[in-house]
Design a protein around this ligand. Structure first.
Ligand code: SAM
Length: 249
């Protein structure tokens, strides 16, 4: 059902918008030349505008915009470019297929809410499980110089980029480790943060319960632990109405 909603319905909307715009272009073919680059870009922009009216997420607006050019000029792109794009995506979205956890990032307001939690809990060691581009780690380490902040990540390009980010920020209390969250010893931390997907939550919380010390905090951005109510829910004042689900071990 979710696949239908997330993948098939948007494609139906994309094709509907493109067909509508193409029909308009063809009906105006006495005045414009269909298939030329400016017209194709205009077609894409019009389809993206229709997509926006249909409240499609931004990534689908990019698809709407590029589709006419991609269809007509697809042959002009060398085959190696497709392979390179695939490898690049694989190195970034490494865990999407195996763990069903893609890359999306915690926003700045949630960094701040998390930082307030770290202060309130007087945590000394904090970890971000699946640390992405290292935004959470960098922010918390800068806000709390006396707290050791770690990030664990296994997507190769993402690890490299976030390690570079930490190196440039010169934060002695921050580190990114190339390690699966399943191999982490969660008992070492006072606060464990994660922003993953619904898929690993039950297994991850079992691991947290087995390893974390009493009184320490397990904080999940957006995704709840099935069958276990959070001890506290923190509503973040941001556009996506983020909720931090806080479990006290
Ligand atoms: C939704 S992103 C969150 C990124 C970051 N924590 C943030 O909030 O900005 C989830 C991250 O978890 C990583 N990930 C998924 N499974 C993992 C695993 N088993 N071990 C380490 N990282 C993992 C993904 O590569 C991705 O970068």
């Amino acid at each position: 059902m979710r696949v239908l909603r997330n993948q098939i319905v948007p494609w139906i909307k994309v094709l509907g918008c493109q067909a509508l715009v193409l029909a308009a272009v063809l009906s105006l073919s006495r005045f414009i030349t269909p298939g030329t680059l400016p017209v194709l870009l205009g077609q894409g922009a019009a389809a993206a505008a229709l997509g926006r009216l249909l409240r499609m997420p931004p990534i689908w607006l990019v698809v709407q915009f590029l589709l006419p050019v991609a269809v007509v000029y697809g042959d002009a792109v060398p085959a190696w470019a497709y392979l390179a794009a695939f490898v690049l995506c694989a190195l970034v979205y490494w865990n999407s297929a195996s763990e069903q956890v893609p890359l999306y990032l915690t926003n700045r307001r949630t960094w701040q809410a998390l930082s307030d939690l770290v202060a309130a809990a007087q945590a000394k060691r904090v970890v971000d499980l699946g640390s992405g581009m290292g935004g959470v780690v960098t922010f918390l380490a800068r806000a709390h110089p006396d707290v050791e902040v770690s990030g664990l990540e296994t997507a190769p390009l993402v690890v490299a980029a976030s390690k570079l980010r930490i190196a440039f920020s010169r934060l002695a209390n921050a580190r990114i480790v190339y390690r699966s969250l399943w191999d982490a010893d969660l008992g070492a931390y006072d606060l464990v943060y994660c922003f993953l997907s619904p898929v690993p939550m039950a297994r991850l919380f079992d691991k947290a319960r087995a390893e974390m010390r009493p009184g320490t905090l397990f904080v999940s951005n957006s995704f709840t632990v099935p069958g276990r109510a959070a001890d506290r829910i923190l509503d973040v004042d941001d556009a996506r109405r983020t909720q931090l689900h806080i479990y006290t071990l």
